[in-house]
Ligand binder design. Structure first.
Ligand code: MUC
Ligand code: MG
Length: 378
């Protein structure tokens, strides 16, 4: 038996290329928890636990993810059989309620370890990839219309992205619509324009918002109202032609069931972290497909390890009608992978190699790990 010997976590703070302005916060840095699971045969599996803007996006923070793993998950898993991932997932779920990002980070490392030991990719463990390149959106969120337009034009010219997600919800609805309209005017004929409100609108604001967005030709609106208002989201889905996507509302297959049963949104943003792991993420996707709901591969703006994990899973889904937004590493000045994930021809490419296809750049990790001063002093 290949035992789980030790689970190690490292907090890493990666500066972003510009301020990333969301309805609830502005990010200047992305903080990730890198997980290394060491197995008794010497193999190592990698995982990543990442949230957005401290605790402003959701209930977990980088610090709480690390604490949940170090204090509550590692002691339960250490000593178990590393090849028995279903049993490990079950043990984690019994020991730790909630904390889906922490559980996903550890589960990812277990899949990576098993796949490396078998000499196959993580996608192979989920039945094998059906695609090696996936459409990839870029988020325009500089906070200024002119800067966003320049950014979009540069992305189109370099053929990196032709799908743009605009972060709105911070300004008055009318001002947000004017901002989106300016971007649609400038690049809307060459790209798909979508918006993410990150729960910021009330239902009445959302009614005006969706009407305005629809009139200017926006393709999709993501989580316009609070995650807990399923029936209200359904009313918006039924009331407008513009596609409505659920994001923060989907915390795994249980929510996916409720949304599919009520046809409360047109599209699901499936995030491995928010779902509580790759396995639960694949269950969310299966429910969407069974219910005829569109699929979109969402991100928590993970660095290379978490992004590679999502790519491995999403490469196995037969339908991915709305593409992906797995661009996290591009938002950071530097990533932690030795070989960067490839973005070309408006697509993100599935990393090659065993496991996640992700190898670490240890110098970068030494440079950006939060405890580096303690390391130097010690
Ligand atoms: C979210 O809410 O979808 C995805 C892209 C981005 O800029 O933020 C994320 C989170
Ligand atoms: Mg979102």
């Amino acid at each position: 038996m290949t035992k789980i010997d030790r689970i190690e976590t490292t907090l890493i703070d990666l500066p972003t290329i510009r301020g990333h302005v969301l309805s609830m916060t502005t990010m200047m840095v992305q903080s990730i928890v890198l997980v290394r699971v060491r197995f008794s045969d010497g193999s190592v599996g990698l995982g990543e636990g990442t949230s957005i803007g401290g605790m402003s996006y959701g209930a977990e923070s980088p610090e709480s993810i690390k604490l949940a793993i170090d204090t509550y998950i590692a002691p339960v898993l250490e000593g178990l059989d590393g090849d028995q991932i279903n049993a490990a997932i079950d043990a984690m779920q019994r020991a730790v309620k909630g904390n889906p990002i922490a559980r996903c980070a550890v589960e990812t490392a277990l899949w990576d370890g098993l796949a490396r030991r078998l000499g196959v990719s993580v996608a192979q463990l989920f039945g094998g990839p059906v695609r090696r390149a996936m459409p990839v959106a870029w988020t325009l969120a500089s906070g200024k219309s002119e800067t966003d337009i320049e950014e979009a034009q540069a992305m189109l010219e370099s053929r990196r992205h032709n799908i743009f997600k605009l972060k709105i919800g911070k300004r008055a609805v009318r001002d947000d619509i004017a901002h989106v309209a300016a971007i649609c005017d400038a690049v809307g004929d060459r790209s798909s324009i979508r918006v993410d409100v990150n729960q910021a609108w009330s239902l009445s604001e959302a009614r005006w918002g969706l009407k305005g967005l629809q009139e200017i030709g926006v393709d999709l609106v993501e989580q316009p109202i609070g995650a807990r208002y399923r029936k209200q989201l359904k009313a918006l889905t039924d009331g407008y032609e513009i596609a409505v996507m659920a994001d923060e509302a989907l915390q795994g297959p249980e929510d996916a069931m409720a949304y599919a049963a009520g046809r409360s949104s047109d599209v699901f943003a499936v995030k491995i972290a928010q779902s509580g792991g790759l396995k639960r993420g694949s269950e969310v996707a299966s429910i969407a497909q069974a219910a005829g709901i569109g699929l979109y591969a969402g991100t928590m703006l993970e660095a290379g390890v978490g992004t590679a994990a999502a790519l491995q899973l999403f490469s196995t889904f037969p339908e991915l009608d709305w593409g992906t937004e797995l661009f996290g590493p591009l938002l950071m000045k530097q990533d932690i992978l030795a070989e960067p994930i490839r973005y070309e021809d408006f697509s993100v490419h599935l990393p090659e190699g065993p496991g996640l296809g992700a190898e670490l750049d240890e110098d970068r990790i030494a440079q950006f790990r939060r405890d580096r001063s303690a390391q130097v002093a010690g």
